[in-house]
Design a binder for this molecule. Structure first.
Ligand SMILES: Cc1cc2nc3c(=O)[nH]c(=O)nc-3n(C[C@H](O)[C@H](O)[C@H](O)COP(=O)(O)O)c2cc1C
Length: 288
């Protein structure tokens, strides 16, 4: 699935919607994105469904606040993308990677979305999806045309999560080992790739992604690490929200690498390439 740099720049979390339904063309494009969003580089393929807010019983008529769990923060969404994934290794990463593909396609179409992971009524979503015994619902997203004006709650949530701010690159991207800031030369094609990761959404905007470059400058490899907030990441059982963040980062990296014409793909090396020291752990490696 080809995703433009503009979609990465344009995407923000949208919590206030105009209430207007998706057009048939938009619906078709999202259904197609759902089909094309996988397979993920690691873990099982998740499944997704686009449902109208009213059909799903998730809300009232478009334009009204939807009052179920976290949806209370979301105003006027005409539809939601619901998803589930089987509990297998890297299920959360797989879910993050695949749903972010759909989220970026939505941004290209001018549609707003917002990753929702905290406090959802997972039982209700599970019923709509006929959840299997070994499946989980890591997150969902509303989808629709953004409202002209953000609701007051939207503005409060956005400013408390500092939604517009990101850590500086020197705290995220390293050379050789964590802690040694990466200096890419001027004009390096990898700079926009790492910037695309920096722009990614993350739960509570915690930005737990760390990337360590190694290898030669002609054929660099990049190791993706998770700087985990253990307590935060263990409150939802099998749903590991910061591992979802890792999958989202993999999607942003890959999309921008493709846009820059850079070779490579994500894989898990058989042995951990870097000395791990808690709370930092190895997730995957981008290599040619
Ligand atoms: C896995 C994940 C879970 C999230 N859960 C919620 C949530 O439950 N409620 C919410 O309002 N925002 C949620 N967000 C949105 C983040 O707060 C948002 O991405 C972050 O603050 C950065 O802002 P931006 O997306 O506008 O760039 C979540 C984001 C991610 C990636």
């Amino acid at each position: 699935m080809q995703l433009s740099s503009a979609s990465i720049d344009r995407r923000i979390s949208v919590r206030s919607y105009s209430g207007e339904g998706l057009s048939p063309a938009q619906t078709q494009a999202i259904v197609q994105a759902i089909e094309e969003c996988g397979p993920p580089p690691l873990g099982p393929r998740p499944r997704f469904r686009l449902v109208a807010a009213s059909d799903a019983g998730l809300g009232d008529a478009p334009g009204q606040a939807v009052k179920v769990g976290t949806y209370g923060m979301i105003k006027g969404a005409p539809a939601f993308i619901l998803g589930a994934v089987e509990v297998l290794p890297f299920a959360n990463e797989a879910f993050g990677y695949c749903l972010e593909g759909i989220v970026l396609r939505a941004a290209e179409l001018g549609l707003g979305t917002c990753w929702l992971g905290g406090g959802l009524r997972r039982g209700q979503v599970g019923e709509i999806l006929s959840l299997g015994p070994n499946e989980i619902v890591p997150c969902i997203t509303p989808i629709g045309a953004p409202a002209d004006k953000r609701s007051l709650l939207d503005r409060i949530v956005r400013s408390s999560a500092k939604g517009d701010s990101r850590r500086p690159a020197r705290e995220l991207f390293f050379e050789g080992e964590p802690g040694h800031p990466l200096e890419l030369g001027p004009g390096s094609p990898w700079t926009p790739v790492l910037e695309a990761v920096r722009k990614a959404p993350s739960a509570s905007n915690k930005q737990p992604w760390r990337i360590v470059k190694s290898g030669s400058s002609a054929t660099p490899v990049f190791h993706l690490l998770l700087d985990e907030d253990k307590v935060y990441n263990s409150v939802m059982g099998e749903v590991k929200i910061q591992n979802v963040d890792m999958g989202i980062a993999m999607r942003h990296f890959e999309a921008e690498a493709r846009n820059q014409g850079l070779p490579g793909s994500w894989r898990r090396l058989p042995s951990t390439p870097l000395a791990e020291s808690a709370p930092i752990s190895y997730i995957a490696t981008w290599a040619p």
